[in-house]
Write a protein that binds this ligand. Sequence first.
Ligand code: N01
Length: 539
Amino acid sequence: MSASEAQPTPRSVDAVVVGAGFSGMYLLHQLREQGLSVVVFEAGTDVGGTWYWNRYPGARVDVESLAYSYSFSPDLEQEYQWEERYPTQPEILKYARHVADRFDLRRDIVFRTRVTAATWEEEAGTWLVRTEHGDAVSARFFVMATGCLSASKMPEIPGLESFKGATYHTAHWPHEGVDFDGKRVALIGTGSSGVQSIPVIAEQAADLTVFQRTPAYSLPARNRPLRPDEIAERKASYRAYRQAQRESAAGIPVTVPTKSALEVSDAERDAIYEAAWESGSLVNLLSTFTDLATDQAANDTAKRWIHRKIHEVVKDSEVADDLCPDYPVGTKRPCLDTGYYETYNRPDVHLVNLRRTPLVEITEKGVRTAEREYEADIIVYATGFDAMTGALTNVDIRGRDGVSLKETWQAGPRTYLGLGSAGFPNMFMITGPGSPSVLSNMVVSIEQHVDWVAGVIRHLDAEGLRTIEATPQAQDDWVAHVNEIAGYTLYPKANSWYMGANVPGKPRVFMPYAGGVGAYRKRCDEVAAKGYEGFALTV
Ligand code: N01
């Protein structure tokens, strides 16, 4: 069946899943294997989620392909052939499409359909889920598999509508691509999407001006085709590798550091940073010393070292200065790039530091800062997302007594384990706020959550139970624990999307769980083993 064919909507199912990205696809497979009827609603015309929408030039994952892939099917693992160390967006989308075909997922996915509302119906003990097309489906279980970085965000700048040229957001890139040939391009935003797209756009455009509010720390990816021997080796030891992923801090096994950055000589420290830089792996860089995430002085050593690297690459020292971040390394999501800093050595690429000359407005002709107007034919917005909560609160979700999730979370998201929220029975979030999610290899965290949710449903059905819901006490304790762990780190020191700082008016709360994937998984397993401790279960 083609992805775009209209499909009938079932009236009543066991589970409604929102989103057909990596989470929704695996949920559908798992729940169907358990004999449940499932319908997945997906706004796009195909599977893939993030990798369906983010088609901007240069888009790649920054976790290695042999680690950023499903582990639930050893056959899939063995048969799939990844080509590159860090695959491109088209390669990852191809993988998602392969999974959809291999497990016959599309027949239960309703494409081109956005879920608008979901209401808990107390008497029936079901969720009534509504879509933009007016469909209504009732389900015992309602799962938001909407991703952490899917509600894209335009900047709050006057005059957005007045520009007469073409505008694009990196997260809604046209399927047919964009022709930059001979064009003057203005690009706003230097997070991962900007850092990946800037070198590629610079190659094609006549002229590129980058508008930077906050510089990123970026590490050269050193991407390359995978060698047959390393693929064979991983495939021969996949089970052990997957176990190591699950027990690791970030879903990627690394050598655990044993030394403080402050207890080694300058020469030893430099050599350790150099090796991490050469490895092209963000986790290697962030795992160089025990205290990078927790001690300002230790972190400063990494910061100074990276500043030096930027100055070695970027020839114009004023531009290099502008590219050097002032916040602690790792407290905003670091980037992995191909030729990012080198791009600023091109005569046709210009950097505008918005800290010095703030952005004032978008005009008919381009971008105006406090200093001057920059004319452009195309404006690219690489301005990111209303992260972690945006996709959840964009749906009008109403739990017990009609209580709105959005209103309940006005002071910040409140979840138990990032899986459920008090007042919202039989509703689950995959990689919700309060879970490791964006601080981890997403596929590892997704699989853990899907397995856990599938286990809950098995338990309820086996015990003849009807509902499960986080207790307010367990939720309060978990939120306090998430904050306590964040408080041990340097994360709150940066204005990051982890903190909601990129969305005006959004509460400043550190949203992901920084306690590590392995420890978090253990906690979830213990909760399940104790009969879902902290959740209220009813018949
Ligand atoms: O978004 P971002 P992204 N005026 O929020 C700037 C994942 N990802 O799409 O930092 C001027 O990081 C904003 O400035 P500031 C990854 O987790 C992964 O790039 O708010 N500038 C920032 O520079 C990543 O972290 C991959 O001061 C404005 C930029 O826009 C996450 O997605 C690839 C502005 C937004 O950066 C988000 O990345 C891509 C304004 N009004 C994404 N508003 C890989 O796997 C915003 N900005 C490699």
